[in-house]
Design a protein around this ligand. Sequence first.
Ligand SMILES: Nc1ncnc2c1ncn2[C@@H]1O[C@H](COP(=O)(O)OP(=O)(O)O)[C@@H](O)[C@H]1O
Ligand SMILES: [Mg+2]
Length: 301
Amino acid sequence: MFGRKSGAGAVKSAEALRLVNVTKSYGMSENAVKALDDVSLSLASGSFTAVMGPSGSGKSTLLQCAAGLDRADEGMVLVDGERMSGATEAQLTRFRRDRIGFIFQQYNLLPTLDVVQNTTLPLKLAGRRIDRARAERILGQVGLGDRLHHRPDTLSGGQRQRIAVARALVTDPSVIFADEPTGALDTRSARDVLSLLQETVRFHGATVVMVTHDPVAASYADSVIFLADGKLAGQMTAPTADAVAERLAHLGDPDHDTTPHHTDHHGVPEYANPYESGYRSDESSTNDYRFDDYSVLRMGA
Ligand SMILES: Nc1ncnc2c1ncn2[C@@H]1O[C@H](COP(=O)(O)OP(=O)(O)O)[C@@H](O)[C@H]1O
Ligand SMILES: [Mg+2]
């Protein structure tokens, strides 16, 4: 369905995302909640990772800090080997526009724009050239080739989320973050969107990080990262829905292996690219950000 990536885009490193000792608290002093507590991880380019954990375990905060929508209090975030945190607000906005794609639970499409216009909006906001032919090709790849000039409200939930996938792909980002992307969909549409995300990784070379509370959704990913109380609480490669559900049920048990399988010389867990090693809603989030909010307030700045 997707062609292999040509060499047209920016050069991407083997490691798409790295978090080093990322800590984030909300609130003041004795009432402070440590939403993320010293989280370090590394995700290979071309990987599909699910982030799971109980409500309040820090999933959305992890995604927002990693995506540059929020700032970590401590630690650093690197995308494609380049440091993101620590930059000025304007630099952070530019960085995010160039390197990050988003898919939200509620699609966050603009109702007055048609399918093509919604898809190309991130390019427009970034002041980049709008290559309509390319946008239409991507829309064809996500199965919307015959809906190019429809408004979102004339389309199903699954089709709307396909627009959001196309919109995330159009800037050729280093990492696509998705927070409960199937949370508003029926089972069948959810499966379609999850398969589509898989295809964008396998055939388009995208890197996807997806927060989900659904073990079936997580089983579409190459690996799962578990969070509990703001800390990494384990990792699973080649997940099945049953194994994920089982692990979730026992998160926090002292006898469970919570150590990553490999650490590099910084002690950062290495989550390998599964293609190299030969195998192949929740709690509505407390941090609901809307595409139009962030696009105007953050991307458009
Ligand atoms: N804006 C905020 N203000 C105060 N506390 C917050 C805020 N966002 C998240 N939290 C708290 O941080 C913790 C982690 O939240 P979150 O990242 O949304 O978890 P999850 O997505 O796993 O449900 C929770 O205790 C939550 O109540
Ligand atoms: Mg959440």
